[in-house]
Design a protein around this ligand. Structure first.
Ligand SMILES: NC(=O)c1ccc[n+]([C@@H]2O[C@H](COP(=O)([O-])OP(=O)(O)OC[C@H]3O[C@@H](n4cnc5c(N)ncnc54)[C@H](O)[C@@H]3O)[C@@H](O)[C@H]2O)c1
Ligand SMILES: [Zn+2]
Length: 362
């Protein structure tokens, strides 16, 4: 078991990474002296797998678990669903010391986090991430949100969890595509701020792909540590966190363009990272071979960094809608692996040329 500290001055907490962390939750949870109930938000698949053992652990820890069911995946992240959960909390007479537990992937985490942030202006939150994406990224840092018809994550709040319990044993049942999507985030950390992971991904690939807990525990902990470091210096996402947006500018654009070619988030940011590497090479910022290394790594993780792209004009227009857009397209680019930098003024003709080289029309 590895404990990763998220050293926020006013709200420090731990990310506990290991096997059996769900069953052992009673011994890991911080004290909630005035809490009686733990409201456990999860979808049907996840509750079928883990709710019983988590509930038992919560009882052992002196909390009465009350399950609250939500739809699977992104569909759960609506204002309506948040309203339903808030009403359920009120009906059950949840009080301000009771605990909301998010059991599931990033969607459940974002939704339950938002509900915990807003019920009575904030109640304690525990994150129990069960997808790789949620364990290395979404459960850490306190960003919570739901979607509006007009866009993803448009309504939200910052609300840090009291603890994150990341059980790498839970990854065993994850659908292959979901797992690979998480590996794209792992690759992002490896290429930008945790180059030590490159050796693991390049040298011990079979163990990673087999999701061996002995392999996943340090791997998840390293990524969680990277996220924790960035969050600790930039809780409100005003600068340093931008680095972890590597590959996400194009990735988000592809997702926004109606899930172009049906890519998952991970598949979209894989294309985005290759695009960023191509930009860096073309601008003479990154070394020769940077693109090839990206392609090799991502392909080995089962992520296809090629494939269909939308029209260049549509992509450039989508860049302008990015929340990170501030009067110009900013890209996180690599001077080399492990040396990220924020490029403020990337010439639009270079962007367009590379998109065309990658197969975009226009
Ligand atoms: N708050 C943040 O900082 C942050 C960061 C990254 C992503 N996100 C958000 O996270 C969401 C994506 O999350 P996600 O990729 O974890 O997917 P998800 O939560 O949308 O869906 C996961 C799917 O996998 C299933 N599942 C979860 N755990 C399982 C397990 N152990 N075994 C079998 N099936 C399992 C679920 O039932 C669900 O169908 C997006 O909405 C994104 O915006 C938030
Ligand atoms: Zn991402």
């Amino acid at each position: 078991m590895i404990r990763v500290a998220v050293a926020l001055p006013e709200r420090p907490y731990d990310v506990v990474v290991g096997t059996g962390v769900i069953e052992g939750a009673a011994g890991l949870l911080p004290a909630f002296p005035s809490a009686r109930h733990a409201f456990v938000v999860s979808d049907r698949t996840v509750s079928g797998l883990f709710l019983e053992s988590l509930s038992e652990a919560l009882r052992a820890g002196g909390l009465t678990p009350i399950p609250l069911g939500v739809p699977e995946g992104e569909e759960a992240k609506t204002l309506q669903m948040a309203g339903t959960l808030l009403n359920q909390l009120a009906m059950q007479e949840a009080h301000r010391d009771d605990v909301v537990v998010a059991l599931g992937g990033g969607s459940v985490g974002d939704l339950a986090g938002f509900v915990a942030a807003t019920y009575m202006r904030g109640v304690p939150l525990v994150q129990v991430p069960t997808t790789l994406t949620a364990q290395v990224d979404a459960s850490i840092g306190g960003k919570t949100a739901v979607n509006l018809p007009g866009g993803k994550n448009l309504v939200g709040a910052y609300h840090q969890p009291r603890i994150v319990l990341a059980d790498v044993g839970a990854l065993a049942t994850l659908p292959e595509r979901e797992f690979r999507s998480g590996l794209a985030e792992v690759a992002k950390y490896a290429l930008t701020v945790e180059t030590g992971l490159l050796a693991t991904l390049e040298g011990r690939l079979p163990a990673v792909l087999a999701r061996e807990p002995e392999m996943m525990e340090p791997l998840v902990a390293t990524c969680a540590g990277a996220k924790a470091r960035v969050v600790a210096v930039d809780e409100r996402d005003s600068g340093a966190r931008l680095i972890l947006n590597y590959g996400h500018t194009l990735g988000h654009a592809l997702e926004r363009l109606e899930a172009f070619a049906g890519r998952s988030h991970g598949e979209a940011i894989a294309v985005g990272m290759v695009f960023a590497a191509r930009l860096a090479e073309a601008m003479g910022l990154g070394p020769e071979g940077l693109v090839a290394r990206h392609v090799r790594l991502l392909a080995s993780l089962g992520l296809d960094p090629d494939g269909a792209l939308p029209d260049v004009d549509a992509i450039v227009a989508a860049f302008r809608l990015d929340k990170k857009f501030h009067g110009g397209v900013r890209f996180v680019l690599l001077e080399d692996v492990g040396r990220p930098t924020v490029a403020e003024s990337v010439p639009e003709d270079a962007i367009r040329r590379i998109l065309k080289e990658m197969g975009a029309e226009g």
